[in-house]
Design a protein around this ligand. Structure first.
Ligand SMILES: CC(C)(COP(=O)(O)OP(=O)(O)OC[C@H]1O[C@@H](n2cnc3c(N)ncnc32)[C@H](O)[C@@H]1OP(=O)(O)O)[C@@H](O)C(=O)NCCC(=O)NCCS
Length: 182
């Protein structure tokens, strides 16, 4: 299991105590806009339990983000093996979700760099991908800040987005190669 530390942040494995603040975050319509709106308590609990299992198998996952200064749970970020089939899988993705009041302070860029370093130097993955709904500009801005690049030929319609949400189907895919990979 993996814990990463940066000057301002800690990312560590999930605990039961994270369910409550994660539910609060997943109740914010602005944060959850690109996930089809707020998630129920049951769905959030299932997400956390799934993440606990996945992190035990994979060693790291999309995991809690803690502000060191206060100990506050402020979101989640991490790397995960993509668990659906697409033209770019198998692949390892990097992803993030941050409480609204903490946007605009560079926290995701800061922890993103730490996860990229972990992915490339410790886990030695050859490439990371990141994907988002095509108009999720804040998420795409993080990808660009972290050095990910985009080829429109990679874009795809996400199979797991329900047909009732057609405006959330089209996704852009960004990639970052491990500079140490051949
Ligand atoms: C996507 C999301 C995580 C991005 O959060 P964010 O705060 O914009 O991203 P960062 O933490 O990298 O912060 C970047 C901002 O902080 C500013 N900043 C301040 N200090 C900074 C620093 N030291 N380093 C980098 N940026 C810094 C940047 O200028 C930028 O500001 P801007 O918003 O005016 O452009 C957030 O919008 C979110 O949670 N969205 C909802 C969930 C979601 O859609 N997740 C992605 C699904 S694919």
């Amino acid at each position: 299991m993996t814990t990463l530390e940066t000057p301002r942040l800690l990312s560590r494995p999930w605990t039961e105590a994270d369910i409550e603040p994660f539910f609060a975050l997943c109740s914010d319509p602005e944060v959850m806009h690109y996930f089809g709106g707020p998630h129920s308590r049951e769905k959030v609990e299932a997400t956390v339990r799934g993440a606990m299992e996945a992190q035990a198998q994979f060693g790291v996952w999309l995991q809690p983000l803690i502000l060191k200064e206060t100990g506050e749970f402020i979101g989640m970020a991490g790397i995960a093996d993509v668990r659906f089939e697409e033209h770019f899988t198998p692949a390892v993705e990097i992803g993030w979700r941050l409480a609204r009041r903490h946007w605009g302070q560079g926290y995701i860029t800061e922890i993103g760099k730490a996860f990229i370093d972990h992915a490339f130097t410790v886990r030695k993955f050859g490439e990371l991908v990141s994907f988002a709904v095509q108009d999720n500009e804040r998420s795409i801005a993080v990808m660009k800040r972290l050095g990910f690049t985009h080829d429109p030929a990679d874009d795809f319609d996400h199979k797991r987005v329900p047909d009732e949400l057609p405006h959330l189907k089209r996704h852009v895919l960004y990639r970052l190669k491990n500079p140490a990979a051949a």
